[in-house]
Design a protein around this ligand. Structure first.
Ligand SMILES: *Cc1c(COP(=O)(O)O)cnc(C)c1O
Length: 381
């Protein structure tokens, strides 16, 4: 079966008495014990729920994974993966990464005696120099947040494996429709299902998948022991979102390409960072490892200050000035005061985030309306 068919059709769910097309929402905390001799996989809902199983099987198949585990949020997926680390272990991560993961590495992992080296993954010789015999995990994201840097995942997987590290990729920005990191040699894939997989800005969720039996066992133990499980209603909503993932992603990509091309030639725009532009630094690698270029872009505007940039964003009517991404509705954000607001000006400058940088999550509306909306806001510049 091809991707679109797999997205629409979940693997058959259990206990289906009436032939329901959608897996039912099993809103239960516990399950009656079956008579002796009958095997049931469900006993208590922290350990398992059939709606969750349907979601896990569907998403795992889309990523080409044998094992998939759903979590209450993307961050609890991060937490479950990294609980495998022990004091004295070392991790190497891309310096360009989702702010929540950055905070987790600095404020949760580091105090536990786990050292984290944050470096630029575009520089492979730097990656090689930073890896040591105690590096247990290499953590990458591509395209990155918020500056849409594209990282060569096959090359990173190769370098990580050379020291025996597990290579983890946060695939939230691309979604499995555009990129399947396990097929590039990556060991563990993370998603915030809050974003493209759910796709409708109506839930928080996470998902982790792997083909490695030991990692799967670790993740299952963590979800059962720590209990960061998604509820059955949220599992159902992600499953429903996933059915249209391929259709939505096509439109996200098409609209983003239209907008990036328009903004690249705009006098009020200094620079557009979108891997779909031929001029973009990441274009060649993105073409190699992704089937299209996604719905996210960063734009440096010709604004004079953080306040000026934020004033411009407030003028948008269709783009909502808001955190998050990946929903059908277009969102526009200001990394300097939002996702990266807690960093010092110097730290932001090191990451290439300016006061004039905005991040667009291009939705699936009519692209002419989106362009007119940006044009209206640009009158403030
Ligand atoms: C949102 C996000 C996360 C965290 O997921 P939550 O569902 O908000 O916990 C992790 N990585 C990326 C790239 C994200 O965009």
């Amino acid at each position: 079966m091809r991707f679109a068919t797999q997205a629409v059709h979940s693997p058959r769910h259990n206990n289906d008495e009436v032939g329901a097309i959608m897996p039912p929402i099993y809103q239960t905390s516990t399950y009656r014990r079956p008579p002796d001799g009958i095997d049931s996989s469900y006993d208590y809902a922290r350990a398992g729920n059939p709606t969750r199983t349907a979601l896990e099987q569907t998403l795992a198949r889309l990523e080409g994974a044998q094992h998939g585990i759903a979590f209450a949020s993307g961050m609890s997926g991060t937490d479950a993966i990294l609980r495998a680390l022990r004091p004295g272990d070392h991790m190497v991560a891309s310096m360009y990464l989702y702010g929540g993961n950055y905070r987790y590495f600095k404020q949760v992992l580091a105090p536990m005696g786990i050292s984290v080296s944050l470096i630029d993954f575009a520089d492979l010789s730097m990656v090689e120099k930073t890896l040591t015999s105690s590096t247990r995990v290499v953590w990458a994201e591509s395209p990155t947040n918020p500056l849409c840097q594209v990282i060569d995942l096959a090359a990173i997987a190769d370098r990580g494996h050379s020291v025996g590290a597990t290579v983890v990729v946060d695939n939230t920005f691309a979604s499995p429709y555009l990129q399947q990191p396990l097929s590039l040699g990556v060991d563990v894939v993370l998603h915030s299902t809050t974003k493209y997989l759910g796709g409708h800005s109506d839930l928080i969720g996470g998902f982790v998948c792997t083909n490695d039996d030991e990692w799967a066992e670790h993740l299952r133990l963590m979800v059962k022991s720590v209990g960061a499980i998604p509820g059955p209603m949220d599992c159902y909503l992600v499953l429903r979102g996933t059915k249209t993932l391929h259709v939505r992603m096509e439109r996200h990509c098409k609209n983003a390409h239209t907008i990036a091309t328009y903004l690249e030639a705009h006098p009020k725009v200094e620079r557009v960072i979108y891997p779909g532009l031929e001029s973009d630094l990441g274009h060649a690698i993105a073409t190699k490892q992704m089937s299209d270029y996604g719905g996210m872009m960063a734009v440096h505007l010709n604004t004079k200050s953080a306040q000026h940039t934020s004033d411009v964003l407030h003028e948008c009517e269709i783009f909502s000035f808001a955190e998050s991404l990946g929903g059908v509705e277009s969102l526009i954000g200001h990394p300097a005061t939002m996702s990266h607001g807690a960093l010092s000006a110097e730290e932001r400058a090191n990451l290439g985030i300016r006061d004039s940088t905005v991040r667009l999550s291009v939705g699936i509306e009519d692209s002419d309306d989106l362009l007119e909306d940006l044009e209206r806001a640009f009158r403030k510049i």
